[in-house]
Write a protein that binds this ligand. Structure first.
Ligand code: FAD
Ligand code: DHB
Length: 390
């Protein structure tokens, strides 16, 4: 079997890449280890930058997103017994974020690929990459062989693509955080119209949502937290303690329909290319979720890569492909810094002493009282513009 671009992983990066390549007349095959149900059911990110929404809409896969996605013009930072709004409409006019679940994007993309006759294979075992530093790379899986012009590793942080690059080629940068997020999805109307990022002495909490009927919450917990220690009553008690800190705010509780623990880490592998293998999305970089950047970075990567591959097929020139890693890493490092900054601003660290807590309070007060500081948060949160041509 042969194709132009072999894609490992049917997360947002792999599926969107396959769809964007199709729009450029470039063939691909997507190989996914998990079942379609599993890929469509995984609850993860939910905040889309304007550029991500525009990319999906322009690519013809934004119809349901425009109908069901919730545009937000601000977020609240809650600390010290008060809420402080970061008003995008004033600070970054014309920019909104859209709240729409990552698994809904995955569903929309799978439907679009299949409707266009795209080749997306689920429950594919033992994917392995071969000869990626030659002109004829190929993939093997479940006894089959797929010859490709190029291979793109979109298989997330724990995938096979990055580890198949020989030792010594990549430089990796990593930061582990001494906590994790317990995420829950609940069948209950959101208790506020906007997202609430709350810093408390007991740790961070986030109020988010998916629809007028479904809420999403996160709690800072210890890195090795056992889910079994979090029955629903404890989750609600802790969310109430951390969120009901301003006069008049009551958290509405309801049925919890999904629960999971996500470790927090920053990670970057450089370069994002080895021979004819390109890495995109979480396969190349991870951010702690506080800045809501992971999914948006994956979309930005595949935009750049699509243009570079299209240029290569149209002109025969590998110039843009050779510049892929450099073009992405600038945005990747901006997101690393922003995510680290938001994480540091809002979480409790076991190493905190009273001095560190006072610094954090001062920082939060500055961000919520200085227009310049608030704008720094807002412009990063809604997403910096793509570079010309990306
Ligand atoms: P992924 O979505 O991870 O997709 C990779 C795909 O590759 C998966 O479908 C996987 O099954 C497949 N795969 C892996 N290995 C193989 C293999 N060997 N062969 C074939 N297929 C393979 N970001 C936020 O902004 N907010 C959040 O709340 C948030 N929560 C998250 C929770 C979890 C548990 C995780 C892991 C990530 C979360 N993120 C969050 C980050 C965000 O979801 C990711 O940045 C985004 O999913 C990146 O998309 P991707 O396509 O690069 O990778
Ligand atoms: C969500 C996730 C995030 O990481 C974040 O910063 C805001 C919202 C969410 O899943 O809704």
């Amino acid at each position: 079997m042969r194709t132009q671009v072999g894609i490992v992983g049917a997360g947002p990066a792999g599926l969107l890449l396959s769809h964007l390549l199709h729009l450029q007349g470039i063939e691909s095959v997507v190989l996914e280890r998990r079942s379609r149900d599993h890929a469509e059911g995984r609850v993860r990110a939910g905040v889309l930058e304007q550029g991500t929404t525009d990319t999906l809409v322009e690519a013809g896969v934004g119809e349901r997103l425009l109908r069901e996605g919730l545009p937000h013009e601000g977020i609240e930072l809650r600390f010290g017994g008060a809420g402080h709004r970061i008003a995008f409409e004033k600070l970054v006019p014309g920019h909104v974020i859209t709240v729409y679940g990552q698994q809904e994007i995955v569903k929309d993309l799978i439907a679009a690929r299949l409707a266009a006759g795209g080749d997306v294979r689920f429950e594919v075992d033992d994917v392995a990459l071969h000869d990626v530093d030659s002109g004829r790379p190929y993939l093997t899986f479940g006894g089959e062989r797929l010859d490709c012009d190029f291979i793109v590793g979109c298989d997330g942080f724990h995938g096979v693509s990055r580890p198949s690059i020989p030792p010594g080629v990549l430089t990796t940068y990593e930061r582990e955080y001494p906590f994790a997020w317990l995420g829950v999805l609940a069948r209950v109307r959101p208790s506020a119209d906007e997202l609430i990022y709350a810093r408390t002495e007991r740790g961070f909490a986030l109020h988010s949502m998916r629809s007028p009927e479904i809420s999403r919450f996160y709690l800072q917990v210890s890195p090795d937290e056992d889910l079994a220690a979090w029955p629903d009553e404890r989750v609600w008690d802790e969310l109430k303690t951390r969120l009901e800190t301003v006069p008049g705010f009551t958290l509405t509780t309801g049925e919890i329909i999904d629960k999971g623990v996500t470790p927090m880490r920053g990670f970057v592998a450089e370069p994002m290319q080895y021979g004819r293998l390109f890495l995109a999305g979480d396969a190349a970089h991870i951010v702690p979720p506080t800045g809501a950047k992971g999914l948006n970075l994956a979309v930005a990567d595949v935009r750049v890569l699509t243009r570079a591959l299209a240029h290569r097929y149209e002109t025969g020139s590998a110039d843009l492909l050779d510049g892929y890693s450099r073009a992405c890493l600038r945005r990747v490092w901006r997101a690393q810094h922003f995510s680290w900054w938001m994480t540091t601003l809002l979480h409790t660290f076991d190493t905190d002493d009273p001095y560190a807590r006072r610094l954090q309070t001062s920082h939060l007060e500055y961000v919520t009282s200085s227009e310049a500081a608030a704008r720094t948060l807002a412009e990063n949160y809604v997403g910096l513009p793509y570079e010309p041509g990306d």
